[in-house]
Design a binder for this molecule. Sequence first.
Ligand code: TRP
Length: 436
Amino acid sequence: MNASIPAARRFLTGITTTGTPHLGNFVGSIRPSVAASLGAGAESYYFLADYHALIKCDTPERIQRSTLEIAASWLASGLDPDRVTFYRQSDIPEIPELTWLLTCVTGKGVLNRAHAYKASVDKNEAAGNDADADVTAGLFMYPVLMGADILMFKATHVPVGRDQIQHIEMARDMAQRFNHLYGEYLVPPEALIEESVATLPGLDGRKMSKSYDNTIPLFASKDQLKKLIAGIVTDSRLPGEAKDTEGSALFQIFQSFASADETANMRQAFADGISWKDAKASLFDRIDRDIAPMRERYEKLVSQPSHLEDILQAGAAKARSRATPLMRELREAVGLRTLGTATRQIPKKSEKTSAPSFKQYREADGLFYFKLLGADGSLLLQSEGFAAPREAAQLIARLQQDGRATLASSGNVVHAAAGVAEDEVNDALKSFVSSK
Ligand code: TRP
């Protein structure tokens, strides 16, 4: 139905525009994302999630400043807006429009179970307050807006931290539900969990995080960087005493910037009793070696906001060249149509839902799949992936003609859904014969 479903990997990452990027953001997100975007064949979308920022922040100046700083940070860190699509969420009016279509296919109960919302409710209940005290509908709808971000661009892979996996699963469900109702328009995404990316410790040894107030801003000035590094917690061992690398925030931060050789040398220096003062000086030098050229680019970018704005506008044009046509298709699909064309006959509710049906679709892995849905839309049968759509179609035809025998001989490529009895599948398949 939809020829433009991508077979290749398409990555998408959103960055909420609250706060100033710190070294932990750089090591955990910016640096690996920029590296991935430079890889051959990767198609990547990066956007400033400023609609999401409104959920957490009601200071307009702060939203604007953070948008500027985050955009400048990513570009200064090497993101090439000519190779990727880099845009600001609020420049894409199709995103809130898609949010509404998805809102209408998302169960309220599903959103009730979203972690962030549930955490607020639990906290309120623990404090004896009304469950929804101080909870905005924006927080409640967060996962739907995020689903629209992802589905708008048919992203196949979304690199996220563990805390965001649930949101990606919800986006998958929204895509599947929408497709089931209206046809195969949306691509269910997969979460890409970066296991290897270490979380950086902060000044106090806990995870570097704005909420612990233990961060080192990515583009702190040299002096500030030196001062902050001087404040990293160490133990009381004296110069000449061997030091533990295990559990040392200083060592871990060093390691996340250093080569294997440099790390080995530092490990030796710890064993040899390097003073904390010298270790901190080495850490400063190592970080600054990487950051200094970026800092220069960053300062230049921040001092020319209208140039940054131009870059974002060019990104928005690129993003909208994809979003606008899809949104047009989706509007048509759900029935938001012009009246110029003759109104088609309205299907009876029973016609629409009373018969089992086969659905064919293509997944992010590029293979062709089909499934059999019962009269109530529940999943009965699921196929493996086929290299060619014809193979899937031929098997469907055989299942429709001679369900029981075909099913018995195709156990390696089609499976009954969990908890579905074989008889139920056979009964559904019979309806295809009798309906001919
Ligand atoms: N929720 C993400 C975060 O807090 C930000 C985000 C918004 C996002 N929309 C997204 C991430 C879409 C990935 C894809 O980090």
